[in-house]
Design a protein around this ligand. Structure first.
Ligand code: NAP
Length: 280
């Protein structure tokens, strides 16, 4: 009989979770790295989250990813929250310690910044103003990432003005709140535009913005990955801007999570990108 201690188990906990691409990504790396283990779907209702998390050590899991709607409630359920996840206010990765304790991390921050660097390796956050649209959960991870990357000026705008104003207050003076009605002017001189809203996602309207004021050398990122080319990205590409789709963030957030369970930092093979792309 083979040694169970060499078998590493992880998964993604969410509700619903059947649509998740994470098993495809992690199983690919398990096989490619020649590891023994598996990555499974963990459909867990919100009312069962605590019980499910506490079961991870007993069931021999090295940890799990968390997705909607568990990222925020899990903050109060794990034993340790790393400072970055604390600032984001959400956990997307849980790691089981040797003593069975649970620690919470956020790898979305790394995933987003790395997706920019994969597209433009010399990208820097401090070369000019950055415009971020949206003030939901994903926006928080993007703002923390941009702040830690050294951004000098982030213009934040959101349909519900009060949420952008609150976030600007929480994260400090680098973030300047821009009223939603002034969002077009917020593109003037911007070096990077990021859409963190759900607008442009399959089944949603396109993001209500025109790019006329945006410099042509600005990078345009959309964290949506279904579809892979949102109307915003198509419009940006048509006028000559370099674009970054949400697939890079999805794949890159998985890399440090995989490392924390399996001990290996996987790289992004074009074959994996193709496999995930084929499911979109
Ligand atoms: P969320 O917390 O629900 O936030 C949604 C955001 O969209 C809010 O800022 C909201 O503005 C805005 N919005 C909704 N309807 C709008 C409209 N009609 N016009 C303008 N703005 C509107 O969602 P989230 O968790 O941040 O996720 C946002 C998107 O990011 C989703 O599409 C998700 O799939 C994607 N995402 C991708 C990755 C990745 O790895 N690539 C990771 C996380 C999330 P209000 O405040 O006014 O409602």
């Amino acid at each position: 009989m083979e040694n169970d201690a060499c078998y590493c188990l992880a998964g993604v906990m969410g509700w619903p979770v059947a649509h998740s691409r994470s098993p495809l990504i992690h199983k690919y790396w398990i096989e490619r790295e020649g590891l023994r283990g598996d990555y499974v779907l963990l459909p867990v209702q919100p009312s069962h989250l605590e019980q499910a998390l506490r079961s991870l050590p007993v069931l021999g899991f090295a940890g799990c990813n968390l997705t909607i709607p568990h990222k925020v409630p899990a903050l109060g359920l794990v034993d340790h929250v790393d400072p970055l996840a604390h600032r984001v206010g959400a956990i997307n990765t849980v790691v089981v310690g040797k003593n069975g304790s649970l620690s919470g991390h956020n790898t979305d921050v790394y995933g987003f910044i790395q997706s920019l660097l994969d597209t433009r390796p010399d990208w820097r956050a401090d070369t000019g103003p950055i415009t971020v649209i949206g003030a939901g959960g994903a926006a928080r991870a993007i703002l923390v990432g941009l702040l830690d990357a050294g951004a000098h000026q982030i213009r934040l705008t959101n349909r519900s003005d009060d949420k952008a104003r609150d976030l600007a207050q929480e994260f400090g003076p680098v973030i300047q709140y821009v009223p939603w009605k002034e969002r077009l002017e917020s593109l003037k001189g911007a070096t990077l535009l990021v859409n963190t809203t759900n607008q442009g996602m399959q089944g949603e309207a396109a993001l209500d913005i025109q790019l006329d004021c945006l410099p042509l050398d600005a990078l345009v990122a959309d964290i949506i990955y279904v579809p892979i080319a949102t109307p915003l990205l198509s419009a940006a590409r048509a006028r000559g801007n370099t674009i970054v789709n949400g697939l890079g963030m999805l794949l890159n957030q998985a890399r440090p999570a995989f490392k924390s369970w399996f001990g290996v930092m996987p790289s992004l093979q074009p074959e994996l990108l193709d496999k995930v792309h084929a499911t979109l």
